[in-house]
Design a protein. Sequence first.
Length: 358
Amino acid sequence: MIGCRTGCVILLAGAVLATWATVPAARAEGEKAACVEALERVRQWIRATEPGAPQEEHARVKAAVQETGSLCDAARAALPQDTEVMVHSAYAAFAREDRKAGVALIEQAADAGHASAMVMLARYHARGELVEKDVEGAWLLLIQALKSDDAAARIQAALEFLPGGAGPENPQRARTVIMDLADQGNSEAMITYAMKVLGLLKRSAGDVEAEEGMALLHRAAEEAGDTQAMIYLSLLYNQGKVVPKDEAMAINFARKAIDGGLTRAYGTMGQIYQNKGELEEAVSWFRRGAEAGDGFSQGMLGFMYMGGFGVDRSEEEAKRWWTMGRWNGDRLSSGYLQVQRERAMELQGRNGSSGSSQ
């Protein structure tokens, strides 16, 4: 019994020490997650904030930016060697318009081996923006990123060798790097090659580039299950410019994206039925997306309410959905709200002029 008691005490002490070690680590990861979540919210809010938005909206965004900065500072204090946190903190600095601090953090992350930060720093060096202009240094950073294990960073680095990029112009290098990743089954590379290297949206049905790009999107959607590729295919089949119009294919890929968990696809489905003139069905899909929290669907549902398209007209409902969409990053919703504010001010001005002239 004595030996067991001693052993149990040792085991208990070890368990306590392990718990003490785990709690700070879990807390640090929680602070990192809070930083990332706040950054995404602020990104959406900033994107959908019109210059003429009410002062209280600007104040709300500003407060969120400050809170995000504090959260990311806490994450950096908890995880000082985490290069992802350095990059997140840089984005927080950019949000509060402290670009010098942001670039300094990007440089710190790049020096510590963060491949995407290397690509970002290369762009700054190529332009001589907030850092010394160093074209050769930019090129070396891109080469270093290309040698990394980070596929997303390699894709971004490769794109910098296209005309107008941070690297010396070498389209063949860009094509080779991205297609090598595509051949390995990387769906992001397939989509990037189709949309950016081949410039798919600028092509017309029958073009060699259009056929090659569509084939890559089909691979990304059907072989890799990439929901973003599904959305592109749905939009392209619905538009009928890059590929002959095919509503059945457009609906098929939108439905696959929905099944894949992409809420934005509800709005895509709504657009398909809107173009078909089936407005009540369009409203049904926009509503599903809106209730799932998709900003685009909320904006479109507001549009349908304002116009009375497929639903009883309701200005109140339109503004309610636009307000939700605006705070979910939908610029369309923000634009509609701004138009309504301007109209209200114009009407108020007219009424004031009529009253003063009587």
